[in-house]
Design a protein around this ligand. Sequence first.
Ligand SMILES: [Mn+2]
Length: 316
Amino acid sequence: MISLNGLAEKLKGEKRVALICHIRPDGDSLGSAAALCAALEKAGVEAETYCSDPVPEKFFFLEQFRSVKQKLEGEYSALIAMDCADIYRLGDAAAVFAAHKNTYSIDHHVSNSRFAKINYVYDCAANCENVYKLIRALKVDADKNICNLLLTGISTDTGNFRHKNVTPETMRIAADLIEGGADLNNIYYYMFSAQSSRRAKLFGDVMSRIRYFSEGKTAVISVMLSDLKQTGAKADETEGFIDFIMGIEGVEVGVCVMEISAYKFKISLRSKKADVNAVAGIFGGGGHVLASGCQLQGEYEEVIDKITSAVNKYLD
Ligand SMILES: [Mn+2]
């Protein structure tokens, strides 16, 4: 794998780059892309951020998240995938990316498929940790804006420093970012606490129907399209639901089954120990050992049966 210094040198030589976030963008993908975008501009490289899906409004508390483009226009000397484990995560940009001569992937997923020409993949809590180190290697000043963007990614990918993926290095980097002017309390408010009354209603509805499997070791929540319709909440407002069920006594694995269209479900998996990256892999998905996802098609009960049976095989 290319070194951080090697990567910094190569990036400095680029003329105009697009930093591509994954579909259904999260704080880490957006934060790592926007922070690197700002840093590259400081290093004299023309840079912009792109996402094939619109950025959810809850991210608009930081200016840079408002300027993420939904179109790739003109010539780019390089395309850079941020926080994407495979090329399909690029959404509409996947074809352009595959056809481009000069592509990079900067990521932290163990399941990363090394789909770019140059891959920097380092397993850590958030891709923003990688970008923090890359910005240091670029030798540009991480201003308050950059610090806020990076801390947003670290905060969101660690459940605000609650998940098992947090390491001493995560905390050291976070400390540096706070020293650099990042406002953790503000980030926490917009990322985890602020919610619409529609989301609060959806939360109540979904939690009133938790289902248990494997003697209570697996908890399953389901978000159906009818739930979204009845409450008026949006699919991206369900973030954090799955973390709530992980606190239930005896629960080892949490599953969120989200209906995305007729007979099509997006599955999110969280685990205290069991390898849910392997579980997601059975269905063509992936992610991390303790947090992963996949998609399943079929009747709702059939999907529940498939995923809970697969999880059961990986429980002790
Ligand atoms: Mn991430």
